[in-house]
Write a protein that binds this ligand. Structure first.
Ligand SMILES: Cc1cc2nc3c(=O)[nH]c(=O)nc-3n(C[C@H](O)[C@H](O)[C@H](O)COP(=O)(O)OP(=O)(O)OC[C@H]3O[C@@H](n4cnc5c(N)ncnc54)[C@H](O)[C@@H]3O)c2cc1C
Length: 371
C-alpha cells in the first residue's frame, strides 16, 4: 500500500520504519527543514521502544545509554532525604531518531513540507500540502503531535489541548559546564526535589552525538513550576520579540528578563545543586504541560498516533513508548486486515491504553496543578 504519514518525529518514524519493513510505500511529511537531528536529549527507553528496534534488527541502539544507578530526593539544604536503588537508562533521542530514519528510504522522508490538512473519499485518503499539492494514499497516519491538523478529521470537535496550569523549565548543560556543587550530588543519579506546587529533577543524558563516556555527556534538568491560567501561560510563552507561542519557547527564545527571574527564583527555592545547574544554563527553554484525550483514534482511512491521539504528562516518561506501542498495533492490524477494518481494530486496542496512561499522568501531576 501507499501510506502517508504527517509528522516525522519519533511517532511518525516508528510507524514509517515498520511499514517500510512490511513492504509498503511510505511517505513522511515533516515541516521542519532538514529534519529533526540534533533536537533531542535523553529518553527513558521503555519496553515498547526496545520491541520496535528488535523488530527492525537494531536493538543495540537502545542498549547504549547513560545509567542513573539510584533515585534520590534532595532536601532544600542539599542533604539527601531519601534514596532508592532504581537503575534507569537514558538513551540518546538523536541516536534513536537516526536509527529509525535509517530504516526509511530517503525518498520517503520529505523534510521541510508542511501539511495543511487531510481529507478522504471512500477509496483514498489525501494529504494537502501548504504549497497546494494534493497527494492520494491508501491510508494516512497523523503523527503530528500536540498541534495536530489530522485531528480535524478524526476528532473534529476535540482538537484542543487542555493546559494543566504548569510548565516545565528545562536546561541541557555539557557535563564539563556543570558546577562541582551540582556534579558531586547529582551525577549518576536520577535526582528530585519536591516543593509545594513544584518539582525539580535531573539526570545525565548522552552527548549530542550519543557520547556516553564520562566528561562528554550532558546534564538534563527540568523544573516544573506553576503558571496559572491563560494570563500566566501567555506571559510564560511570550518570546524576546513579544510574540506569544502556543506550546513552548525553544532555546534562544526566552527573554533575558524571564531567564533572570528564573535564576532568582532558583536561588530562593531550590537546593544548592539544582540552583547551580539553573544558574549555569545560559539559555533555558520552556514547555507548557497539556493534556489531550480524544475519544477516537481513527476514522475511515485516517488514523492518529502518539501525541496527536493522546498527550500525556511527561512524569510518565511514556510519550515515546506509547507512540511505539501505537505504531506496532497499527502496523500489525494493517498486516491482517483491509485498511478500514484495520483502523477500527487499532482504535479498539489502543484507546483504552491511551486513556490509562493519560489518567496515570494526571495523577502523577496532580500536586503540581494550581488549586
Ligand atoms: C518536558 C517533557 C519531557 C518528556 N520526556 C519524555 C521521556 O523521557 N520519555 C518519553 O517517552 N517521552 C517524553 N516526552 C514525550 C515525548 O516528547 C512525546 O510524547 C513523543 O516523542 C511522541 O511524540 P510524537 O512523534 O507523537 O509527536 P511530536 O514529537 O510532537 O512530533 C510531531 C511532529 O510532527 C511535525 N508536525 C506537526 N504538524 C505538522 C504539519 N502540519 N505538517 C508537517 N509536520 C508537522 C512536528 O514538526 C513534529 O516533528 C516528554 C515530553 C515533555 C513535554
Amino acid at each position: 500500500m501507499r501510506i502517508g504519514i504527517v509528522g516525522g518525529s519519533l511517532g511518525g518514524l516508528f510507524a514509517a520504519a515498520l511499514l517500510h519493513a512490511d513492504g509498503h510505500d511510505v511517505h513522511v511529511y515533516e515541516r521542519t527543514e532538514g529534519g529533526l537531528a540534533g533536537r533531542g536529549a535523553g529518553l527513558v527507553a521503555q519496553h515498547e521502544i526496545f520491541e520496535v528496534l528488535r523488530r527492525l534488527g537494531t536493538e543495540s541502539v537502545a542498549r547504549v545509554g547513560v545509567v542513573a544507578y539510584e533515585r534520590v530526593v534532595l532536601a532544600v539544604d542539599g542533604s539527601i532525604a531519601s534514596t532508592e536503588p532504581t537503575p534507569q537508562m537514558q538513551v540518546s533521542w538523536d541516536g534513536l531518531y537516526g536509527a529509525l530514519l535509517a530504516h526509511v528510504p530517503a525518498h520517503g522522508y520529505h523534510a521541510g513540507l508542511t501539511v495543511a490538512g487531510v481529507e478522504q473519499s471512500a477509496t483514498q485518503a489525501f494529504i494537502h500540502l501548504a504549497d497546494g499539492q494534493r497527494i492520494g494514499f491508501d491510508c494516512v497516519i497523523g503523527a503530528d503531535g500536540l498541534g495536530s491538523v489530522v485531528r480535524s478529521v478524526v476528532t473534529p470537535t476535540q482538537r484542543d489541548n487542555h493546559y494543566a496550569g504548569y510548565v516545565a523549565w528545562r536546561g541541557l548543560l555539557p557535563e564539563a559546564e556543570v558546577p562541582p556543587v551540582a556534579s558531586s550530588s547529582l551525577f549518576e543519579r536520577f535526582a528530585f526535589f519536591f516543593m509545594p506546587g513544584g518539582q525539580a529533577l535531573g539526570y545525565l543524558v548522552p552527548g549530542p552525538n550519543g557520547e556516553i563516556a564520562p566528561g562528554r555527556r550532558r546534564y538534563n534538568w527540568v523544573w516544573y513550576r506553576q503558571a496559572a491560567g491563560v494570563a500566566g501561560l501567555r506571559q510564560t510563552l511570550t518570546d524576546a520579540e513579544g510574540r506569544i507561542h502556543p506550546y513552548s519557547l525553544a532555546r534562544g527564545e526566552v527573554p533575558a528578563v524571564e531567564r533572570d527571574a528564573l535564576r532568582l527564583a532558583a536561588r530562593e527555592a531550590l537546593p544548592p545543586a539544582f540552583r547551580a545547574v539553573v544558574e549555569a544554563e545560559p539559555d533555558p527553554f520552556v514547555q507548557a504541560i497539556f493534556d489531550h484525550e480524544g475519544t477516537r483514534m481513527a476514522s475511515g482511512r485516517i488514523a492518529l498516533l502518539g501525541d496527536a491521539a493522546f498527550v500525556v504528562r511527561p512524569h510518565t516518561a511514556m510519550g515515546a513508548a506509547k507512540a511505539a506501542g501505537d505504531a506496532m498495533t497499527l502496523v500489525g492490524a494493517l498486516r491482517r486486515l483491509p485498511v478500514r477494518e484495520a483502523l477500527v481494530a487499532y482504535e479498539a486496542e489502543r484507546l483504552p491504553v491511551g486513556r490509562r496512561i493519560a489518567a496515570y499522568g494526571r495523577q502523577l501531576g496532580e500536586s503540581l496543578q494550581p488549586a
